[in-house]
Design a protein around this ligand. Sequence first.
Ligand SMILES: Nc1ncnc2c1ncn2[C@@H]1O[C@H](COP(=O)(O)OP(=O)(O)O)[C@@H](O)[C@H]1O
Ligand SMILES: [Mg+2]
Length: 280
Amino acid sequence: MSILEVKNIKYKYDKYNESSKYALNDVSFSIDESEFTALIGESGSGKSTLISHLNGLYRADSGDILFKGKSIYDKDFNLTNLRFKCGIVFQYPEYQLFSETVLEDVAFGAIKKGLSKDEAYKKSLEVLKMLGIDHLKDETPFNLSGGEKRKVAFAGVFVMDPDILIFDEPDAGLDPVSKDQFYKLLKMLNQKYKTTIIYITHNLDDVIEYANKVIVLKEGTVLKEGKPYEVLTDKEIMSKANLDMPYAVEIYYELLKLGRKIDISKLKFDELKETLIGLK
Ligand SMILES: Nc1ncnc2c1ncn2[C@@H]1O[C@H](COP(=O)(O)OP(=O)(O)O)[C@@H](O)[C@H]1O
Ligand SMILES: [Mg+2]
């Protein structure tokens, strides 16, 4: 069942200029509950503009967005509520930390959502534990490392228990270990709590590994959507979108050139490793 349906949305920043271009030009797609979707596309293709529409922060010039079957543009739709259910983590969220302590910062959104201070602190501590940073609870966010700050910012969104978690380039500038931990955490949230995830990334190797759906944007339109192996192996689409193929896909095509056709739907690291070891 779809949790989110985007129907023919158009959006331009410069609305008073007839000749200005649309940042989103007739975008449609739907997201099923507990899908793990990567939104990809070159810089300027409209990714950030698109996600800002998904919790009603930006309003489309035309088209519609349905959350659990209801138009978020209906006059009696509760947009405040949507912001809690559809949590967006913007790029470099660490710059948005402002409280005196980590625990206070993480609890802020939960208190705004209506939890008592005690409940919010208890829950925040659980989330900090889950992220492996509960020992930092009394620190001042400003004194933390970049990766730690980002985890604190993520915790502030996780604590609100959103049905959908949306991230704008969460992996940008993270060291490889923090990046892996972060993706594993997303995978856990996705599998254990059925949280629907949509994230923007340029890292297509990780898309193969973690996502189960990909949407490719180009100049404000959807070029293709589908399973990672269906989209990322499509040479025509990848070249149109100006994107490089992930390593696993390059290996697939190199083997094909040598006359070895491997299973295209098994391109995750462990799957590919098994296949390669098995080749004679
Ligand atoms: N605040 C803004 N004002 C005017 N134009 C913008 C603004 N933000 C983005 N744009 C334009 O909208 C288009 C899509 O941008 P964006 O959504 O940021 O793309 P992406 O996140 O894929 O890099 C680009 O042409 C960009 O220049
Ligand atoms: Mg962007």
